[in-house]
Design a protein around this ligand. Structure first.
Ligand SMILES: [Fe+2]
Ligand SMILES: [Fe+2]
Length: 191
């Protein structure tokens, strides 16, 4: 069903993103099969749409991301106004909606919140966060262990990756995204 969308997103990739970014997306495509071989065909396709779309706007400059967000009436949070690069997921999600009339909320959420994660039970949302963090080109302390956990259990993997995002942000004095905190609390039982 989504084959045409995946093909199209693959075609525009080379002029939408840098070569390094294109390679990152390519590795995620490959790892989606290797890390999660048990996915059914339709979930594989849905995940691929999300993978191919998630960073399409990552190399668009901040000013333009803000401009596009305003034209498309997207809500810009305080944190996003402070660091507009964070808008790249939301903009890509809105693009899918507008360009392909895509209405699969799980794909749209996955793309919009791939950087932060979010409170969710959605398989596609969790898989995209895992792939983005753990694709084979990623190299940070503990990545191999995280990959092994994710391979064993998607849910355990998601918990550990959200935990890692918060820990990393604190250790490097970076922003902690509100959706990441909400994801963590959700995983601790807040509904
Ligand atoms: Fe991204
Ligand atoms: Fe990414």
């Amino acid at each position: 069903m989504y084959k045409r969308v995946i093909e199209y997103l693959g075609e525009i990739r080379s002029f939408m993103v840098s070569r390094q970014r294109a390679a990152h997306i390519q590795r995620m495509e490959e790892d989606s099969v290797e890390l999660f071989p048990e996915l059914c065909e339709s979930d594989k396709e849905r995940l691929l749409v999300a993978v191919c779309a998630h960073d399409l706007f990552r190399d668009v400059e901040s000013k333009k991301l803000v401009k596009i967000s305003k034209i498309w009436n997207l809500k810009i949070t305080k944190v996003e106004a402070f660091a507009p690069v964070l808008l790249h997921g939301k903009v890509a999600s809105e693009y899918l909606k507008r360009r392909f009339k895509l209405s699969d909320e799980e794909i749209l959420d996955a793309v919009a919140y791939h950087t932060s994660g979010m409170p969710t039970d959605s398989l596609i949302v969790k898989l995209l966060v895992l792939l983005d963090t753990l694709e084979r080109g990623r190299n940070f302390d503990g990545v191999d262990e995280l990959r092994a956990i994710a391979k064993r259990s998607l849910d355990e993997g998601y918990i550990e990756v959200i935990k890692n995002k918060i820990r990393y942000a604190l250790n490097h004095s970076l922003l902690i995204l509100p959706q990441t905190v909400e994801a963590w609390n959700f995983l601790r039982g807040v509904r």
